[in-house]
Write a protein of this length. Structure first.
Length: 278
């Protein structure tokens, strides 16, 4: 957990994501890299001149931004990456090139409009990301004392994959993990499976000596139930899986992940299954 990548388009959302990433950089003693993507579509014949000027201007802005914030980072330096193409593809390529452990990006959720590219591309970046990715809205008030992590559990095998990483983050922050068993089906076999995964998770956290608590909720709408629990329990971070392709009653993280990313003011940490990384 030594390399953090922040997607920057100079909007308030992306600057907010940078400030949030700095909190993690201090806890992880990690380096910060900024990536800006030229996704402009310029009329043929004018491309070389205009695109060149755009990149020069953006590089100048990035240098200024890095200079402004580098003193706030644990390593005293911020690295800069410039790319050109589709935003979500190039952010993913940049993450692979530096072997990023996490990506941070801003999002404006379902309301509001940004003239920049962060908001409209946030979910695509999440889907393409080769590593876990934090999404954060500008309305979220950043503070260094991240003390409560919410980890919802469903009945899929993938739901457990986020546990070791979240446990390590909780250890670094001296935080408590809330294991939330979310039941949205009356099928006893599925409910037992969720309970079993919860038991396995508690053993894992006990072995790692990480503080945790186990809660249960019955949900008509899983995303709404998760957000309600988060708001009522002073949760600082929600961790979800993003690549469940099915929408059956028991497999919700995927069908509901976009709802959570779009509607949560609390930052979301999205994790993809190891088998689906590419």
């Amino acid at each position: 957990m030594k390399t953090l990548l922040v997607a920057i388009d100079f909007s308030k959302n992306s600057i907010h994501a940078l400030e949030y990433a700095i909190v993690y950089a201090h806890k992880l003693d990690a380096s910060i890299h900024l990536v800006w993507v030229d996704n402009s579509q310029i009329v043929e014949g004018m491309a070389d001149t205009i695109a060149g000027e755009l990149r020069i201007e953006s590089k100048t802005q990035l240098d200024s931004l890095a200079k402004e914030y580098q003193g706030k980072t644990p390593q005293g330096k911020i690295h800069i990456i410039l790319r050109r193409g589709k935003v979500y593809q190039e952010v993913a390529k940049a993450a692979r090139s530096i072997e990023a452990d996490f990506i941070f990006t801003g999002t404006h959720g379902v309301s509001g409009y940004e003239q920049f590219w962060i908001g409209s591309n946030a979910y695509r970046i999440v889907v393409q990301a080769p590593c876990p990715i934090f999404t954060i809205r500008s309305q979220y008030q950043i503070h260094p004392n991240i003390k409560n992590f919410l980890l919802p559990l469903d009945s899929t095998l993938e739901t457990k994959e986020k546990l070791p990483m979240v446990a390590e983050l909780a250890r670094r922050f001296d935080a408590t993990i809330h294991l939330l068993e979310v039941y949205n089906t009356p099928v006893n076999l599925i409910r037992k499976r969720i309970a079993k995964f919860s038991e396995e998770a508690t053993r894992c956290l006990n072995d790692k000596n990480v503080s945790f608590k186990v809660e249960k909720t019955e949900a008509d709408n899983v995303a709404v139930s998760i957000l309600k629990y988060a708001e009522n329990n002073q949760i600082d971070l929600i961790s979800i899986m993003t690549d469940q392709g099915t929408t059956s009653a028991n497999k919700f993280l995927g069908a509901y992940s976009q709802q959570l990313i779009n509607n949560s003011v609390i930052p979301i940490l999205s994790v993809r299954s190891k088998e689906s990384h590419y």
